[in-house]
Design a protein around this ligand. Structure first.
Ligand SMILES: Nc1ncnc2c1ncn2[C@@H]1O[C@H](COP(=O)(O)OP(=O)(O)OP(=O)(O)O)[C@@H](O)[C@H]1O
Ligand SMILES: [Mg+2]
Length: 418
């Protein structure tokens, strides 16, 4: 699963967004009042945060951004990701409270702070960074176990739900679904029972690939655990592939692919398509080799073609993204479309789906034409309303269900008014 990790030392130029405009929009919202008698009761939304590499646009941060949630000293050569102190995940939570301060309380927690007790106190918890795969990546197996137990149990009302999460994290699952739907992907040998070097090499030779690329297919990120090279070199000396087999005994699932290079010999580039609330929202070019190579994809045929391919792919995501057993739009997805210049095609490019990412991915709000945390907060409010309605109907145990019902009625009115 791709998350951060093109590390840029220099913050890119960012357009300032007028805070005046933002404020006046909020002030104009006509508000159905919360009934007297609810006291200080609020719907509690947990937000698991930790996107220390995903800053928002300069000037768009909440004026009361809590000190303890700021990422301090995140500048200079040691900065995480693109630097900065105000991140997209926390900013979304703050915006939820700004939109409806009398309805929502947001409980910010890092993944290390996640406990069953804490999630039970919340009505919903949105995980923006800090699921079991990230705990495993950070070499915290105990924490990963604790998170897995919570993620698997719908009584903790943790989003994303387990089945969808598993579908995304097992790359072969979604790749096969996309292949069945006729969506262009990289030709792939799916290994699901471990890596056997001799067997794999035979399969690569049978495919006729002169260069290949192997990557783990479950809970992998940042290109971890990959091996690639010329097929002939491995035929001449299989030793490095046997070594890879040894080092990856703990993994069961792998993808074996041709090495996808541009005519100039560099790795393919991507246009990353973001979906908020199931709708295509923006796309960001990401260079395959240049760590500074990020920008909003400019208008044009290539953007349109990638957008259309991503929308087709999103249809597959929508089939599996559910809450209480019924489909609901996801909060955010990123669909990475690989692009390779190809003069033989009308578009001038070969395009294919490389990856589907859940909301824990990097949102790249710096290259988004609107303020990402504002949009995401509205999506979270809308979805929280629907999710809680369903969870109440499913009789999930949660704090003060009757009061939650009353606040959901208020929210429903407000959503109609806005
Ligand atoms: N078949 C391939 N040929 C050449 N390069 C590849 C291939 N597959 C992946 N890569 C390179 O490895 C990078 C990581 O692979 P991918 O995006 O599929 O998985 P990931 O492990 O989730 O990584 P990341 O978190 O970096 O996106 C890609 O961005 C690309 O540069
Ligand atoms: Mg990737």
């Amino acid at each position: 699963m791709a998350k951060a990790m093109k590390v840029s030392k220099r913050p890119a130029a960012m357009k300032k967004v007028s805070m005046k405009k933002v404020k006046s929009k909020v002030a104009m919202r006509s508000k159905t009042p919360v009934p007297a008698g609810l006291g200080n009761f609020k719907i509690r939304i947990g937000i698991i945060h930790g996107k220390v590499f995903d800053p928002i646009k300069v000037g768009t941060h909440d004026r009361n951004y809590p000190e303890h949630l700021k990422i301090k000293n995140n500048t200079g050569p040691n900065a995480d990701g693109w630097g900065g102190q105000f991140m997209a995940d926390v900013s979304t939570g703050l915006k939820i409270m700004r939109l409806h301060p009398d309805v929502f309380h947001v409980d910010f927690m890092t993944m290390e702070q996640v406990t069953e007790k804490r999630l039970s106190r919340n009505h919903l918890t949105f995980n923006f960074w800090g699921d079991m795969s990230i705990a495993l990546m950070n070499e915290k197996p105990k924490l990963a176990k604790r998170l897995q137990k919570i993620q698997m149990n719908p009584n903790f009302r943790h989003h994303p739900v387990w089945d969808y999460y598993e579908w995304i994290l097992h790359k072969s699952r979604y790749m096969k679904a996309c292949e069945r739907a006729g969506i262009p992907m990289i030709d792939t040998i799916h290994l699901e029972k471990g890596f056997n070097a001799r067997d794999v090499l035979k399969k690569i030779v049978a495919k006729g690939w002169d260069k290949f690329f192997v990557k783990p297919a479950y809970m992998s990120f940042f290109g971890a655990g990959v091996i690639n090279g010329k097929t002939q070199d491995f035929i001449d000396n299989i030793e490095p592939l046997l070594q890879y087999e040894k080092e990856n005994k703990h993994q069961k699932e792998f993808l074996v692919q041709p090495y996808m290079l541009k005519p100039n010999g560099e790795v393919f580039d991507e246009i990353r398509n973001f979906f908020c609330d199931g709708q295509w929202a923006y796309s960001v070019y990401t260079d395959g080799v240049d760590y500074e190579g990020f920008w909003e994809q400019p208008e044009g045929q290539l953007k349109e073609a990638c957008k259309n391919l991503a929308i087709r792919t999103m249809e597959e995501v929508k089939k599996v993204h559910k809450w209480e057993g019924k489909r609901i739009n996801s909060l955010l997805n990123r669909i990475d479309i690989g692009i390779i210049p190809d003069k033989s095609r009308k578009l001038g490019y070969r395009i294919f789906v490389n990856e589907i990412e859940p909301q824990m991915t990097t949102w790249l709000g710096r290259y988004c034409p609107f303020v990402i945390q504002d949009r995401m907060a509205e999506v979270c409010v809308k979805q929280a309303h629907e999710m809680l309605k369903r969870s109440l109907a499913a009789r999930r145990k949660m704090p003060s269900p009757q009061k939650v019902r009353q606040l959901l009625d208020v929210l429903e009115q407000r959503l109609k008014e806005s």
